[in-house]
Write a protein of this length. Structure first.
Length: 453
RNA sequence: GUGGGUAUAGCUCAGGUGGUUAGAGUGUCAGGUUGUGGCCCUGAAGGCCGUGGGUUCGAGUCCCACUACCCACCCCA
């Protein structure tokens, strides 16, 4: 029975039952970004089409055939952002941030990107990306730091052994032309064996031949001259320094001379974190240096590095690896009402707990006691209490622990405080005294926090 | 843009060679226990079988088109 309205191809619903996974991932992203001093930037979802044409590059697939472009009522050509960097650069320049703030300028974002392409596992038309950008330094330490952010996030989220880092350098305007020349000479000699798209790219962008997935092309590319042999002195030194810094930081990597990025703005360092388990889309995170982009978009030439990380892909990997944390706790109390008097008492008790900052629920569908108990169990409530005429008269009720055995009588007037105490004890047992050292600051709620102090 | 596969209940799926009231499991709701969850039992609700054509006396079943989804290419996160 096809519903009247269905979501558009390549879009995704994140339903209430699983939104906590997204919140968890985003929380980790914000935490790690914060540890490295990156601050959030929030930008418009659409920009002028020209920004992307100039920024990402007319020759890229993203710009030439994947953009959601429309004309608004004022006759402007607008485009739903297909990637994050161009918009960040625009905002940084428009607001004069490079002049007004101390360098480096570090920012991060978590936002939707839109690309019109055929959806498949791990690839969507609207996908979410966590990205960071670091402006104003050409030092290799910046490259290493940007990579370290991605590495730390992947480790914290449980993917340390599942995603591997590949790095490369694609040179700068000083050394790239010579390399392109060498590639043309090498591939040109065997042009007949190349696939059609590669034949075309031979002139326009020979770098991309290295990236072709065609078997025949790969076989040829295997022995192609490496960019690394053509790097100018500056680029070679920079790349060597980046590698040394990564090694020093204990971040494992392999140099893969065949990684090239699909966006035109990259220079020097490029990198990808790749993993298996999300279909054919192995790249969870991709990025690199883009020293030419700011100038291209009208700013004073400024070096920059950054990366983008696919949130959907990240979550797929985390689930695949079985590294998701347990689902969040249910309410502290579900107050079951047996009659009208009990209903009023339940409302009061629940309101009191909520005011203290604890999740608590009662039945708002007027169901039977049994159905309310079922609802409480399904929600994962820690405690239930059945309230009716008798309890209201007597002023006390038995609170049932839903997760262990046992019923405890509490006075209704002080039930909220009693439940707080019960939660204290539970927390104490769960975490024990070593908690302080093992748990990162900010991951505990205020109650757990004060228990520790 | 290209190729392959799929489309039946909220979800996962059965429904040889076309035949009359379309099934299971699970989930939902209710009852068995007139005030107590998880196990068990019973019942109910929930389907113009993706959409539109065609073949046929008759189509969930065969044919065509469309659409969507899945997988892959391309590209990218």
């Amino acid at each position: 029975m096809a519903p009247k309205f269905q979501k558009l191809p390549g879009t995704l619903d994140v339903l209430p039952a699983e939104s906590w996974k997204w919140q968890y991932a985003e929380e980790q992203m914000r935490t790690v970004a914060g540890l490295f001093g990156y601050r959030e930037i929030r930008l418009p979802t659409f920009e002028s089409t020209e920004l992307y044409q100039r920024g990402v590059g007319e020759g890229t697939d993203v710009v030439s055939k994947e953009m959601y472009t429309f004309e608004d009522k004022g006759g402007r050509s607008c485009t739903l952002r297909p990637e994050g960097t161009a918009g960040v650069v625009r905002a940084v320049l428009e607001n004069g941030l490079l002049a007004a703030s101390p360098l480096p300028l570090k920012s991060y974002y978590i936002e939707s990107h839109f690309r019109y392409e055929r959806a498949q596992k791990g690839r969507y038309r609207e996908h979410h990306q966590f990205g960071i950008e670091c402006f104003g330094t050409h030092a290799p330490e910046a490259d290493a730091e940007v990579i370290a952010v991605a590495d730390m996030l992947l480790r914290r989220i449980g993917l340390g052994e599942y995603a591997s880092l590949e790095v490369n350098s694609i040179g700068c305007p000083a050394c790239r032309p010579a390399y392109n020349q060498a590639l043309r000479a090498y591939f040109g000699a065997r042009e007949g064996e190349l696939c059609d798209t590669c034949k075309g790219r031979l002139q326009t962008n020979p770098l991309r031949l290295l990236d072709c997935k065609e078997e025949a092309c790969q076989a040829i590319a295997k022995d192609a001259p490496s960019m690394l042999e053509y790097l100018c002195e500056d680029c070679a030194g920079h790349f060597a320094a980046v590698q040394a810094l990564l090694a020093e930081a204990g971040i494992a990597f392999v140099v893969n001379p065949r990684i090239v990025r699909g966006l035109d703005y990259y220079t020097n360092t490029v990198f990808e974190f790749v993993a298996s388990g999300i279909g054919a889309q192995g790249t969870v995170c991709g990025g690199g240096r883009y020293d030419g982009l700011i100038g291209e978009l009208g700013g004073a030439p400024t070096p920059a590095v950054g990366f983008g990380m696919g949130v959907e892909r990240l979550l797929m990997l985390v689930e695949e690896a079985g590294k998701l944390p347990p689902a969040p706790d249910g309410p502290l109390l579900y107050a079951v009402a047996a009659d009208e008097a009990g209903r009023a008492a339940a409302r009061k008790l629940v309101a009191g707990l909520r005011a203290k900052g604890y999740a608590a629920e009662y039945d708002i569908v007027q169901r039977s006691v049994k159905a309310q108990m079922k609802a409480a169990a399904r929600l994962g409530a820690h405690f239930t209490v059945v309230l009716g005429e008798a309890e209201v008269q007597g002023g006390s009720a038995k609170f049932k622990n839903m997760q262990e055995e046992g019923e405890v009588p509490f006075l209704l007037d002080s039930a909220a405080e009693a439940l707080e105490m019960a939660l204290f004890r539970k927390t104490a047992r769960q975490f024990g005294g070593r908690l302080k050292r093992e748990v990162a600051p900010g991951t505990l709620d205020p109650l757990q926090q004060c228990f520790l102090e």
